[in-house]
Design a protein around this ligand. Structure first.
Ligand code: SAM
Ligand code: SF4
Length: 475
């Protein structure tokens, strides 16, 4: 039953509690026994409270730090195995009525070339994204009730799901990253087959939020901070959150992020499905020198490790905002999903010969411009299994059903084989010769690692069917 009462009370982000957590953390971090106790608790894979997590962010003992990093890797492998899920963002419109000071799309940026994809252009983009091998997209749009109302978002979703390329492939999961809205509108998105609804908080620190969002509907902190709750009320039980790191102090933000996860868990029995860790990047009309809270790489990697051990069952997403080098390190510490071959402009995947690049419509500059084939090669060489799996949400394994599988350790037994099946399909349809050879070796090795004989047998049988031309097979 959909609860239509619009939840919009952000009191769960309690500034005094965050301040006191950070104060206490500074002291506890000096006490090795206290830190060890927290690490021991994290080793049980049940996560940590925001108070415990804050201590790990403060610690500066090199041995304990190493232990934390080892543990983050261990937690990730225990829950998810070595599979890494791939996706691409699809920007459908950069019209925006908001004044977010950090974003190239903000309403006052007159030099931004505004564009919204027509339905024909959506087909072209879907075609180009499929040609990169993707099956999962994150649909992105600016907020504009006239140019991109919910009806436009829904039409775009329908068009994308309906599109089939020459090989008969289609996009199998659309995650949606659009502005905060009402329970009714979230229920409509659910009815259209949304994967995860993603909304970044940007910053939990109210005064900074108000400064960064001077104009437009997004300037309402209360409404924005409670959007994922309303999405849950509207029936979307996979929701994704994230802070835009660089707007305010990252220790404050991470503590608040975990408080939000705790509140959602208490209210709905399930926390966020994913946590993204975007860092502020250069953008058209945005001067990074005006942002005093940019994080160093070291701080960033620590943050990822702490979130990993604190919320072991939550997927962690890293985009091409980060360099190849940082992505490699972050993957070790807990990231489970990465984008590849991304474009943050409107209509940037489909490049017509003679047409200019769509860089003039881009939201921000990316730092990893490797092709998906190159990204997959890197993943294989580093011992990971690339995955294009979209099975869970299509099998109804969402929300608390997904979480209970994850908590019982079973998700790994599903993810690993599904990663192999979808990777086999990628190799058959889209891989370079070099990657084909490398990938076949990875698959052969990983089959042997499947613990259950029955699952192993089923996987081998389905891999053969895929080699013979079958598509979209999963457990
Ligand atoms: N317009 C919607 C919104 O703001 O929630 C959804 C999509 S917006 C295109 C996606 C995200 O990009 C924003 O939530 C913000 O965190 C991020 N972003 C904006 N400007 C950025 C920048 N300069 N560098 C990195 N990420 C940025
Ligand atoms: Fe618009 Fe989103 Fe950019 Fe803000 S972050 S200006 S809402 S596209």
């Amino acid at each position: 039953m959909i609860d239509m009462k619009q939840f919009h009370d952000a009191a769960f982000i309690d500034d005094a509690e965050i301040r006191s957590t950070l104060e206490e953390a500074k002291n506890l971090a000096k006490d090795k026994n206290a830190v060890r106790k927290i690490l021991d608790k994290a080793r049980e894979y049940h996560g940590l409270t925001h108070r415990e997590a804050a201590v790990l962010l403060e610690l500066d003992d090199p041995d304990l730090e190493k232990e934390l990093y080892r543990l983050a890797k261990e937690v990730k492998e225990k829950i998810y195995g070595r599979r890494v899920v791939l996706f691409a963002p699809l920007y459908v419109s950069n019209h925006c009525v908001n004044g977010c000071t950090y974003c190239g799309f903000h309403a006052d940026n007159k030099s931004m070339c505004r564009k919204k994809l027509s339905m024909e252009e959506i087909d072209q983009e879907a075609d180009a994204i499929l040609a990169l091998g993707h099956k999962r997209i994150a649909m992105e749009s600016g907020e504009d009730p006239v140019n991109s109302p919910l009806e436009y978002i829904i039409d775009s979703m329908r068009r994308i799901y309906a599109y089939k390329n020459a090989k008969g492939d289609s996009i199998r999961r659309i995650n949606v990253n659009i502005a905060a809205t009402t329970v009714e509108e979230y229920a409509k998105l659910k009815a259209e087959g949304i994967g995860t609804y993603i909304l970044f908080q940007e910053t939990f620190h109210r005064p900074t939020y108000e400064k960064m969002h001077p104009t437009g509907p997004k300037s309402n902190y209360e409404w924005h901070t409670t959007a994922l709750h309303r999405a849950q009320q509207g029936g979307i039980d996979d929701v994704g959150t994230g802070v835009l790191y660089g707007l305010y102090d990252h220790k404050y933000e991470m503590t608040a992020q975990l408080m939000m996860a705790e509140h959602m868990e208490a209210m709905f029995g399930v926390g966020p499905h994913t946590i993204s860790v975007p860092r502020l990047r250069e953008a058209e009309g945005v001067d990074l020198k005006k942002f005093p809270h940019l994080m160093t790489d070291t701080q960033f990697l620590r943050l990822i490790a702490v979130i990993r051990v604190s919320t072991p069952y939550t997927g962690m997403i890293l985009s091409t905002r980060e360099t190849a080098e940082t992505r490699a390190k972050a993957l070790e510490l807990g990231i489970s999903q990465v984008s590849a071959g991304s474009c943050t402009g409107i209509g940037g995947y489909h490049k017509e010969i003679g047409q200019p690049d769509r860089a003039d419509t881009a939201q921000f500059k990316i730092s990893d411009d490797r092709s998906p084939d190159e990204v997959l090669t890197w993943l294989c060489e580093d011992g990971y299994i690339p995955s294009y799996c979209t099975a869970c949400y299509r099998q109804g394994r969402t929300g608390d059903r997904f979480m209970s599988l994850a908590k019982s350790g079973q998700i790994r037994n599903i993810c690993q084989p599904n990663a192999l099946l979808t990777f086999q399909e990628y190799l058959r349809d889209y891989a370079s010769d070099h990657l084909k050879e490398l990938g076949e070796k990875v698959i052969a090795k990983e089959i042997e690692e499947i613990p259950s004989d029955k699952v192993k047998e089923l996987t081998i049988e389905r891999l053969e069917k895929i080699k013979d031309g079958a598509s979209d097979l999963y457990l």
